[in-house]
Design a protein around this ligand. Sequence first.
Ligand code: FES
Ligand code: FES
Length: 203
Amino acid sequence: MSKHDAGRRKFLKGVGIAGAGAAITDHLWTEAEAKEQQAKPNGMFRAGKVVLNVNGEERTVEVEPRTTLLNAMRNHLDPAVTGPKLVCDMGTCGACTVLIDDKPVYSCLVLAVDAANKKITTAEGLGTPEKPNAVQAAFVEHDALMCGFCTPGFVTTISAYLKKNPNPSLAEVKEACKGNFCRCGTYPRVFEAALAAAKGSQA
Ligand code: FES
Ligand code: FES
């Protein structure tokens, strides 16, 4: 997609702010992204098959060499993986965070071809609504989200961090989350949830 289609993005963000909610906004956004992808002439870059291991499943996708992992998951996989969100598309906000071989990365900065045959985990792969992981459960319990756009990124980052440091201080949690932005300002509850998840997984 053209990187900074300000009009469309502003409109879609406006829909979210007006109360349609993250899920509807994300759905509209995904549709808009898909349409743009289809409308593009394919002459300059030749698409090829790439095997992505997403949440334990091998998924073959046909993408151009320039396609980011985020774009591949959201617009080329069928069914799409939409936990990672497209917000800044330039590695500043963390909404697109996924784990590659258990390390958090911005999927808008990784090419799909470079993620081939690596273990990719998104928020969907950490737990399910019926069986959330400790961080997902703590986010629900501590009401750690408003619009929810940043939430999958935070959950993914924190889940990886707690594996590395199961008993963090508040300052350490803040440091671990420094690459994730929440425009709704839900930080206190996000940090509360992270600390609660850490305690819960030790109990
Ligand atoms: S969308 Fe990737 S860092 Fe913002
Ligand atoms: S809950 Fe809205 S951006 Fe974080």
